[in-house]
Ligand binder design. Structure first.
Ligand SMILES: Nc1ncnc2c1ncn2[C@@H]1O[C@H](COP(=O)(O)OP(=O)(O)OP(=O)(O)O)[C@@H](O)[C@H]1O
Ligand SMILES: [Mg+2]
Length: 258
């Protein structure tokens, strides 16, 4: 898999810069301020976890970062482009080309095979069929699903479906992977497997930001951000990366014993 990397690893190389983002919703006449001034800069090659209680603004922030929505105020730069000034079409194009999304409920099309699901973004991007299938095959191999490419989602386990979803997010060689509770629907062993996969992708240079309420998932990310009530209340940076393989080893011993 190709990963876009900084030409010079030492230079300041942000994928996005959010500055004082405010997001307000209106339900009837009642205003709800979901974000109250959030600033965050994520560099190329980072692995970031967003944590916080339900309703603290995590998904709202992800939606702004993923160019799915625009802030009420503040500025948001994605790959040096000011998102507020882009038309909806330009925003969609930016999203499709540069961001891969992974969701808690996988969001696969039920009648399409794993290969067809993964190849779908390439169809929208205008690639010819043979190239689409070849690229999809390669990423499915990367996530360990070469043997399941002709299976439809109902014929796959939850963990395998999430691998297909991750492969689909990767197929366009995005600059950023955004994952909202990617392990929320999985058991603890499968959760460790998916986190090990994301960690190995990060080690290949991919930039990843995930939302989780689970501290055991957040340990995989060296950069952790804590949200509370629409604010960032704490930021932690760790030099050492948690060893995913150890968790899988321990989880596997545990499942053999029980
Ligand atoms: N489309 C919307 N319209 C109105 N209010 C919204 C909307 N989306 C979110 N909110 C409100 O904004 C606040 C933040 O919501 P958000 O979904 O970002 O929380 P979250 O941290 O992702 O929570 P969870 O962990 O439960 O997913 C909540 O009070 C929520 O009710
Ligand atoms: Mg949420």
């Amino acid at each position: 898999m190709q990963v876009r990397q900084c030409a010079q690893q030492d230079v300041f190389c942000p994928v996005f810069e959010a500055c004082n983002l405010v997001k307000s919703y209106h339900v009837g006449n009642v205003p709800i301020q979901a974000l109250k001034g959030v600033s965050l800069c994520v560099q190329r090659g980072e692995f970031v976890a967003i944590l916080g209680a339900s309703g603290s603004g995590k998904s709202t922030f992800m939606n702004l970062v993923g160019c799915l929505d625009r802030p009420t105020s503040g500025s948001y730069l994605f790959l040096d482009q000011t998102v507020q000034s882009l038309s909806s079409d330009r925003l969609a194009a930016l999203r499709n080309k540069h961001i891969g999304f992974v969701f808690q409920h996988f969001h696969l099309l039920p009648r399409l095979t794993a290969l067809e699901n993964v190849a779908l973004p390439l169809l929208y991007a205008g690639y010819p069929r043979a190239q689409r299938n070849e690229m999809a095959r390669q990423v499915l191999q990367l996530v360990g699903l070469s043997e399941r490419i002709q299976h439809i989602p109902a014929q796959l386990s939850g963990g395998q479906q999430q691998r297909v979803a991750i492969a689909r997010a990767l197929v366009n060689t995005p600059d950023l992977i955004l994952a909202d509770e990617p392990t929320g629907n999985l058991d603890s062993y499968t959760r460790s497997e998916i986190m090990a996969l994301l960690q190995s992708l990060h080690q290949r240079g991919l930039t990843i930001m995930l939302v989780t309420h689970d501290p055991e998932v957040a340990v995989y990310a060296p950069h952790r951000i804590y949200f509370r009530d629409g604010f960032i209340v704490e930021e932690q940076l760790f030099a050492q990366q948690y060893a995913a393989e150890d968790t899988i080893h321990v989880a596997s011993e545990h499942s053999e014993r029980t």
